[in-house]
Design a protein around this ligand. Structure first.
Ligand SMILES: Cc1cc2nc3c(=O)[nH]c(=O)nc-3n(C[C@H](O)[C@H](O)[C@H](O)COP(=O)(O)OP(=O)(O)OC[C@H]3O[C@@H](n4cnc5c(N)ncnc54)[C@H](O)[C@@H]3O)c2cc1C
Length: 596
């Protein structure tokens, strides 16, 4: 198995050359205060060292040992505590945090690169800083000043970690039916009682305190999603002077045994009249949680790319070393018993497909991060509103498409290894097992597709879609005289026309047929994602092609050739998807329950 190396060259290309992130940061005064290109570069460099030098070496052991439960206490795999300490000392938990409370205030465009490295190096571990950052976001956006002052500095520091407690045994997707209750104590605090399951890093031994953000219902709450409130429930109470007080009445009942991310603790959490504080307004908890989710969902998409990048690195190395059979065109290395498997078209197909999704996906996640930065930091109302629309539209695509294609890529990476991919030693099977959860948590990919098609596209009568369509149309128009880009712009324009036609078609159908959206949604998201990545590859060609002639490193020439493969072999999948969507819901809904 190749040792994971952070893909800094490609990240710098995407950040600086494709998206000109330094110009974006300079245009956002609150970001410009905290970051300049040199600082950003130093952060990338250091992140690369820590993720490949500290986190990646623990990935296999974390999987083999897993977390251990003993009478409510959870111990982490060997080396995790020390690695967590390294992350704390480097301030990595607070990288994107609010500087008013000790965060570093770095833009998401930069933080996203760190997240990818961390998730690629060790996804199970990476979930701890990821959930802490998400909890901080929700608290910073919705908590009272008092709660923020009391909790955020230690959470940004990482000495206290965060957990997100939504799911209950009978309520996952449908959070409107949760049963956890919060009763007012009369002193501003609440008693929280109930059971939450599947809580990632809900209990562990890496941080001094664990801050749970718990969804619960007040006694007189309306039924359904409009009756959910959000509470901060710490493992240890925090005294007025900031020191840790009594143990709160919450405990980890057990750990789930699971398919992947075994180095992370997936906890059953029992709250038994635990003391908590309301975050945001009563009955508005779900909305508050969504603040965190928009960021987390991009983060989960990034997990998909991260796992796929790790898989690609190993598969590429293996394809150069493993010798089997001769190239169809004749022996390439006659001095050896056989040629490296990289000579075979099918092995190339797998590696190029992986590259298509990983490098296109990295550009897409940075593109979405750019809109998140503008939505969060711009002083210009119109610009901010526009960016908020883009974030709303693109977040479900980033979460679901990047994790679906991330898993596909991991499976291809495993396939490149043949039987050795199925064996533990090479690490490919762990990546497949770890990546699988990304399609399920933070809202299943089926639910992301419904969110995209139902709430965002049909719900806005196409208005949100128009924002994106305009962005792409402008790019195509502005570059129409660029000779390098012509072979890419035509198929891109055709794919967009296809996507726009299907969008219109489903919006129309949705008016008459209640099943239309659900029947179209997953294929629609796929069609959207493939087309959006086509846009990303065209953007990359625009930068890379003019530099390709004088390129001795192979970076720019490789980029242009990889783009060609994406346009020849992956983008055309949109044709079949569009045709399937147009067939409507009839065949999907025709069977009776017995006929299944
Ligand atoms: C390892 C792991 C870690 C997790 N970490 C956390 C965590 O930290 N905090 C937390 O709160 N939760 C966590 N979860 C829970 C996770 O978010 C849920 O499992 C997920 O949201 C799905 O809920 P469910 O399992 O109850 O499935 P269900 O909601 O029962 O869904 C079952 C199937 O039905 C489909 N479905 C449901 N409703 C609809 C609908 N309206 N339309 C179409 N299809 C539908 C779903 O897409 C899915 O395919 C974790 C889960 C796992 C396995």
């Amino acid at each position: 198995m190749a040792d994971y190396q952070a893909p800094l060259r490609d990240m710098r290309f995407v950040l600086n050359e494709v998206f000109d992130a330094p110009a974006l940061w300079a245009s956002l005064p609150k970001v410009a205060e905290n970051v300049d290109p040199d600082t950003a570069d130093a952060i990338l460099e250091e992140a690369g060292k820590i993720t490949s030098g500290v986190l990646a070496p623990l990935n296999r052991e974390g999987d083999e040992q897993g977390c251990k439960w003993n009478d409510g206490e959870v111990s982490t795999p060997e080396g995790f505590r020390e690695a967590y300490q390294t992350i704390v000392e480097g301030g990595w938990n607070g990288l994107g945090g609010n500087p008013e409370f000790g965060g570093m205030g770095m833009p998401k465009t930069l933080v996203a690169q760190f997240e990818e490295m961390m998730q690629a190096a060790n996804m199970a571990f990476g979930l701890a800083p990821m959930l802490t950052a998400g909890a901080c976001l929700a608290l910073d956006a919705h908590g009272s000043q008092e709660l923020k002052e009391k909790y955020l500095p230690n959470m940004y520091a990482g000495t206290w970690s965060g957990a997100m407690d939504l799911t209950e045994p009978h309520a996952g997707t449908d959070l409107g039916i949760i049963r956890t209750k919060a009763e007012p104590n009369g002193d501003g605090s609440f008693s929280v009682t109930g059971t939450k399951i599947f809580i990632t890093w809900g209990e562990h031994d890496m941080a001094e305190n664990i801050i749970h953000l718990v969804l619960a219902k007040l006694p007189d709450a309306p039924k359904g999603p409009k009756g959910i409130s959000l509470f901060l429930v710490p493992k240890f109470d925090v005294n007025e002077d900031g020191s840790l007080g009594e143990r709160n009445s919450l405990s980890c009942g057990s750990l789930e045994k699971k398919m992947g991310i075994k180095g992370s603790a997936t906890c059953v959490m029992n709250f038994d009249g635990a003391k908590g504080w309301l975050v945001g307004e009563e009955n508005k908890g779900l909305a508050a949680m969504f603040t965190m989710m928009n960021y987390e969902r991009l983060g989960v998409g990034i997990q998909g790319i991260g796992a796929a990048e790790a898989s690609l690195q190993s598969a590429r190395e293996y394809a150069l070393e493993r010798i089997q059979s001769r190239a169809p065109t004749g022996a390439q290395q006659p001095e050896k018993a056989a040629d490296p498997i990289l000579v075979h078209p099918d092995v190339r197909r797998m590696l190029l497909t992986m590259k298509g999704y990983v490098e296109g996906g990295r550009a897409f996640s940075t593109y979405v991060a750019q809109w998140l930065d503008i939505a969060k930091y711009s002083d210009d109302d119109e610009r901010r509103k526009h960016a908020e629309g883009m974030v709303a539209l693109l977040t479900p695509v980033a979460k679901a498409f990047l994790t679906d294609r991330g898993l596909d890529a991991c499976i291809m990476g495993q396939q490149v290894f043949g039987g050795h991919g199925f064996i533990r030693e090479w690490g490919q099977e762990q990546l497949v097992r770890d990546c699988r959860i990304t399609q399920i948590y933070e809202g299943t990919n089926g639910i992301q597709a419904l969110d995209l098609m139902g709430r965002k596209v049909v719900g806005s009568q196409g208005k949100l879609y128009e924002l994106f369509a305009e962005d792409v149309a402008t790019f195509i128009e502005e570059n129409s005289s660029d000779e390098n880009l012509r072979p890419y712009l035509e198929p891109l324009a055709a794919a967009f026309e296809r996507l726009s036609d299907v969008t219109e078609h489903v919006i129309k159908q949705a008016g008459d047929n209640p099943d239309a959206v659900g029947a179209a949604s997953v294929d629609y998201l796929d069609l959207f994602g493939l087309t959006a990545l086509g846009y990303m590859w065209a953007k990359m060609v625009k930068v890379a092609a003019p530099k390709a002639d004088s390129d001795t490193s192979g970076f720019y020439t490789g980029k242009v050739k990889s783009a060609r493969f994406y346009f020849d072999r992956l983008l055309p999948k949109t044709v079949a998807l569009a045709e399937g969507i147009r067939s409507g819901s009839d065949s999907m809904m025709a069977l009776t329950a017995e006929e299944f």
